[in-house]
Design a protein around this ligand. Sequence first.
Ligand code: FMN
Length: 447
Amino acid sequence: MTATAPRPITSGLDPRFALSLYAHVGEQGSWTLESYRARGGYQAARRALSMDPDRIIDEVKASGLRGRGGAGFATGLKWSFMPLKDGRQHYLLCNADESEPGSFKDRYLMSEDPHQLIEGMLIAGYAMRATVGYIYIRGEYILAAERLEGAISEARAAGILGSKVLGSDFDFQLQVHRGAGAYICGEETALMNSLEGLRANPRLKPPFPAAAGLYGLPTTINNVETLCAVTHILRYGASWHAQMGSGKSLGSKLYQISGPVHRPGVYELPMGTTFAELIEDWAGGPTEPIKAIIPGGSSCPMLPYQQDILDLPMDYEAVAAKGSMLGTGGVILIPQNYCIVNATWNLVRFYAHESCGKCTPCREGIAGWMVHVYEKLVRGQGRPEDVDLILDMSDNIAGKSFCALADACLGPVQSSIALFREEYDHLASTGQPLYPRQSRWLGGGAR
Ligand SMILES: Cc1cc2nc3c(=O)[nH]c(=O)nc-3n(C[C@H](O)[C@H](O)[C@H](O)COP(=O)(O)O)c2cc1C
């Protein structure tokens, strides 16, 4: 270790706990190189550049870091799939598309502490022998893109990016690429197509990106939070990172919470913090009765708002054991006094709008029939058999689409029917919702 490590976050409630990823979010000027250097910035990159690249991959493996983009795949293992230096160009991509409803953690990492991400990418690039990196950022993140571009210029001028990084033999070119604002561009292979100037349709896998990625060359893609975590792992050591968390979910995590709570926002807490701690102790508790929790961004199946769920550690395995997913850690609370069919329709409309149209189950199933049947229901023009029709369509779509976007839509659809069937049946048979169609929380007023 090259620096005094901040106290690991072992309990979010410890008043002395130390943040790492979000430690400087909100500080005036935190995005400048001067501020970053004053707090020891780029020490981790210096350390990494003095190491054998394979030892860096070993250290990331030992830290237990898992990808924060949603699937929780082991980061060190993913990096080890990249071929050794073989004369071909290797690419490192940062997935900054962050478009899933309920997810809003990466945006502040980039706008408030862009050098933290640049340093993580330098380390990752060096470890995987990638000399070119792209940050693919969603088009609406204008401030974050501007701050990143500014930070990259500063880093270039200071010899931190470009040729002979920090006086070493390693070259690393980094570019920001602004997307046009499409959720599908977050799917890793669609992102690569978009970067190449093609329509953002997903590609068939295999081959996986490490074998044939951007321009058909070896590529690794990681989420913003994942790459920022790498900076701290190289600075404070793998065991520092592995002290935090629970089970197989280690380190700290940026949990997001939205919906009717007193203090919605992003909270950096040890992995495995319970839903109750996040909702009650950090977010100040709900402002009105709640009936459902979406645990990790809108693609994750809803869970009932009840004690055994509230007591659940927010880690990958524990949430999966209850039939949902931790996803990006974007917790959404759905109020009791809000029509669940309307809430779900709001999400279905999002997925229908974002379907790229490449495969039939998603184009005709989600963007065609699913959104159409939901629309009839919420307008009070449904039929009693429509609820079973939605379930039947879901069965026909599940696992049959080209990428995970269609399944992401089915998460809230199937779970909301399983949990709140009586609301669906009532609306389908009477034309009247059991609860109001309007909620200021989910933006889902009837249109
Ligand atoms: C429709 C769709 C959208 C996605 N959007 C994002 C995104 O915005 N950001 C992200 O990091 N991963 C997103 N992912 C997951 C990525 O494909 C990929 O797994 C991730 O970037 C890998 O990074 P990680 O290993 O660091 O988690 C999305 C996946 C799908 C299917």
